[in-house]
Every structure is written in structure tokens, then in C-alpha cells.
Design a protein around this ligand. Structure first.
Ligand code: FES
Ligand SMILES: [Fe+2]
Length: 456
């Protein structure tokens, strides 16, 4: 299946339920390798990770391993990471981690020393004449995997007949192009293994409906009521004003000003707390302009003006550092919302100068384990990009700060609960959790089972 046919126009607004099979069944997890991961575009890294010809990274998914190589200034290619001789993994990748990386002009297999150029063609085969001419270039080259880029990410697809990346990503690509993610660079990247299915870890970040229950300390900053929408294979969400007129884009763009009486103070407190307890989904540079609001604006300034002033100040602070904000209209901001799910396993919480991203992957074919990765990308002044690498970080508050650690506390508990004899199936919120339902609707199309059904 190259393309999902008959995507329903149904907006998922009716109460639906879906079964637990996708989270807990070993057979389902094993079938994902063939029916899902071998068919979809997956983001396998950032372009910045392979800046020079010969730089490579690996990306492991289930039983498959992909080798991604920069073959020239403008070209990136990907191959199955397996030696065509007797099947040794060509580049070793440590178990559970984010893969190997390095730079080489030639890949040499550690078993019998067959070697391969960056173009995937066999270079040297010891005693090749023993095969009496049967070792044709087609038999000895690495098996190519589709690789394309969008947003500064490298995406791979193992299906030779797959649709182009851009078609797969729409409408997300068009709604997010203006954020210019390609101009952002890693600020940090961390990973950990959880005792839950990859969908449980992913869905923990797919809706703000959980804020009051999981992050009660944030409720003082206002109402986290959200709209949630299916966008073809993908989905997004954003702040919802519960039908109230807000008179400004302040409540539908990236940040809110908070619920207190003095919007200046609430904005300052919220920015400080978000920076200190999330460490992402805003930036260090967005905080000082928020702290200046009480000095720069008179008491009683309406929330929408406070928000606007803060954005302009932040923009000016960035400009002073030589960083230009991308042109994103209020309408585009509102349409993009707060956060995206890119099918099947990626999350993006975007802002004009930053994005907090997640990726979850199965751990082999164990339905009860996954690799969880989170990273922040940000705009930096030219030459000031930090040097980062993947860091294994235990899931505590010290490594991940308070808010994300709170999210982590649900992971294993959800996985256990989904196996309970007393659990009747998910009851996703028909307004605020459509992204989750849409994920399962699209999973069912690839997997052939588990489609959401009406509750009544
Ligand atoms: S398996 Fe790679 S050279 Fe033999
Ligand atoms: Fe959360």
C-alpha cells in the first residue's frame, strides 16, 4: 500500500472508541514491521548531523537498520544497513541507542572485508574471481532506501514505490513551511527507554487535555482547553477559546498571557515557569522581554496588547543578535496551532524560533517497550550553534525538568492499565483528543485492524 485510499472526510467529532490491541499485542507489534514501518516516511535525523561528504548516521526501526550518508554537498542517500555478502550489519549500532555516526570515504564490512563506496557500489571484494563472474554490480551493491529532506529533517522510506515525501506530509508541510525549521539547529537531544508501547509514549504529548490532571501547577496560567484536528494522516491542536470572543490572536497563537488580573505579571511568571520547568516550548531569549513587561507597559494593559508587546520585544532582542524571525501571519499561526503529530511517530511543538520535537520507536518488536527521544531545535546566531549529541537521560526531574518528568510518570501506568481485564477500550475526548483518534484511524488503515468505532 503506497497511499492510503479513501481518507474519510469524517472530522472525528462523534464519540468513538478503539481497542487496545495496537498497544499490547505482540502479533500486532511484529506485524508493524511489515505493514507500517516498511511503508511510511519516517524522520531519521537532521541534515545538520551529516554536514560533510562521507558523514553518516544510522537509524534503527524494529528489525531494520538504515544507513544514511552524505554523498555530496547537495546529496544524501540511504541504504539498508546490511552487507550483501552474508548479511552482517554493515555499520554496528549499539543496542537501544540513537545509532552510529561518523565519517568515512568507504564502508568496510567487519566479517570478510567487502567494501562499499558512498554511492553504495561494491569497491573491493576479496577473491571475487571465485564467483566466476556471478557477482554483478546489482548483486553486490547496497540496497537503496528512499531519502528526502523537509524542514531540515532527513526522512527515509523503505517502500520503493512510495509517494514523494511532500505529498505524504501534506497538509502539514504547507501549514508549517513558514516556521522555517530548516534554519533551526539542535539545542539538546535526549533519549530513554520506557516500559510502554511507542504509541503510549507518543500520545502522552498529543493533547493539552491532560494538563489539569498531570501538570496541575500550570492551571493558574489559564484554560488549556484545546481544539484537535485530523489533518489527513497527521493532526494538530491549538488553544480553544470555548466559543468566547477574544478580540485578538493572543489566545490562539503560541503563547497565552495567563488568567490572573495583571496580564503583565502573569506573562512574566508564565514565561519564567515554562522556561524553568519545561526547558523547551519557549526559549531562554523569550524570557527577559517577558520580565520587562511591568516596566514597559502601564498597569491595566489588556492581555492581547501585553502579548503583542512581548512578541515584538522578543523579536527585537533576536534581531539584535542577528536572528530574523520568519514571516508568519497571525492567521498562519492560528492554523498551524500549537503542536503537530506527524504520522506515525513524530511530535512537533512549534514556535517562530524554536520547536520541541519527540520521536518514539518500538524497542525491537516488544509491544511493552519503546525508545523515546526528545529534542529542541532553535534559531541561533550564525556560528553560535551548540555542539550536541544524543544523551541517554534517566527519566527524572533532574534530567528532563519538572513538566516532562510529570508526563513520564504516566507511561508505564498506562501500559499496565491497558492490559487490565476491566478496561473496556479507549474513550478519547471527541473535541480535544482527535489527534489520538486520527492516529488510530490511520494505523488501522495500514494494519488492517483496530479502527475507531462509534460509541453508541
Ligand atoms: S558478511 Fe560482509 S563481507 Fe561477509
Ligand atoms: Fe504534558
Amino acid at each position: 500500500m503506497n497511499k492510503i485510499e479513501n481518507i474519510s472526510q469524517d472530522d472525528l467529532s462523534e464519540p468513538l472508541t478503539f481497542p487496545v490491541e495496537a498497544y499490547i499485542s505482540r502479533e500486532y507489534a511484529e506485524a508493524e514491521g511489515e505493514k507500517l514501518w516498511a511503508k511510511v516516511w519516517q524522520h531519521a535525523g537532521r541534515v545538520e548531523e551529516i554536514p560533510e561528504t562521507g558523514n553518516y548516521i544510522t537509524y534503527d526501526i524494529g528489525n531494520d537498520s538504515i544507513l544514511i550518508v552524505r554523498t555530496g554537498p547537495e546529496s544524501i542517500r540511504a541504504y539498508h544497513n546490511v552487507c550483501p555478502h552474508r548479511g552482517r550489519k554493515l555499520v554496528d549500532t549499539p543496542p537501544g541507542c540513537n545509532g552510529a555516526q561518523g565519517k568515512t570515504p568507504v564502508f568496510v564490512c567487519g566479517f570478510h572485508a567487502w567494501s562499499f563506496g558512498l554511492d553504495g557500489k561494491a569497491r573491493n571484494i576479496p577473491d571475487k574471481e571465485d564467483w566466476s563472474g556471478a557477482l554483478t554490480p546489482e548483486r553486490t551493491c547496497l540496497t537503496e532506501v528512499k531519502a528526502e529532506t523537509w524542514g531540515g529533517w532527513i526522512w527515509i522510506n523503505m517502500d520503493p514505490g512510495c509517494e514523494p515525501l511532500r505529498d505524504y506530509l501534506e497538509p502539514a508541510a504547507t501549514l508549517l513551511d513558514n516556521f522555517e525549521f530548516a534554519n533551526m539547529r539542535y539545542r539538546f537531544r535526549q533519549w530513554v527507554v520506557f516500559d510502554c508501547n511507542w504509541k503510549v509514549a507518543l500520545e502522552a504529548f498529543m493533547e493539552p487535555y491532560h494538563v489539569a490532571g498531570t501538570h496541575p501547577q500550570l492551571v493558574k496560567y489559564g484554560d488549556f482547553y484545546a481544539w484537535s484536528a485530523a489533518q489527513g494522516l497527521h493532526g494538530n491542536d491549538g488553544y480553544d477559546t470555548r466559543g468566547k470572543q477574544v478580540g485578538s490572536a493572543a489566545n490562539v497563537t503560541v503563547h497565552r498571557t495567563g488568567a490572573g488580573n495583571d496580564a503583565r505579571v502573569m506573562m512574566a511568571e508564565m514565561q519564567k515557569e515554562f522556561w524553568e520547568t519545561v526547558g523547551a516550548s519557549t526559549t531562554q531569549r523569550n524570557n527577559p522581554p517577558a520580565q520587562r513587561l511591568v516596566d514597559e507597559l502601564p498597569e491595566g494593559t489588556p492581555a492581547s496588547e501585553v502579548h503583542h508587546h512581548w512578541l515584538e520585544s522578543a523579536k527585537a532582542d533576536y534581531a539584535a543578535l542577528g536572528i530574523t524571525w520568519p514571516e508568519i501571519s497571525e492567521e498562519q499561526m492560528a492554523k498551524a496551532g500549537l503542536a503537530w503529530h506527524i504520522f506515525p511517530n513524530m511530535g512537533i511543538l512549534q514556535g517562530p524560533t524554536f520547536a520541541l520535537c519527540y520521536r518514539t520507536r518500538p524497542y525491537g518488536t516488544d509491544p511493552d517497550k519503546c525508545i523515546y527521544e526528545a529534542y529542541a531545535i532553535e534559531r541561533f546566531p550564525e556560528g553560535c550553534e551548540p555542539v550536541t549529541e544524543w544523551v541517554h537521560a534517566e527519566p527524572d526531574e533532574k534530567n528532563w525538568r519538572k513538566v516532562i518528568a510529570q508526563d513520564f510518570s504516566n507511561m508505564a501506568a498506562v501500559q499496565k492499565g491497558l492490559k487490565s481485564r476491566g478496561f473496556r477500550g479507549n474513550l478519547p475526548n471527541p473535541h480535544q483528543e482527535r489527534k489520538v483518534t486520527n492516529l488510530h484511524r490511520n494505523l488501522a488503515r495500514y494494519m488492517g485492524s483496530g479502527a475507531p468505532k462509534p460509541l453508541s
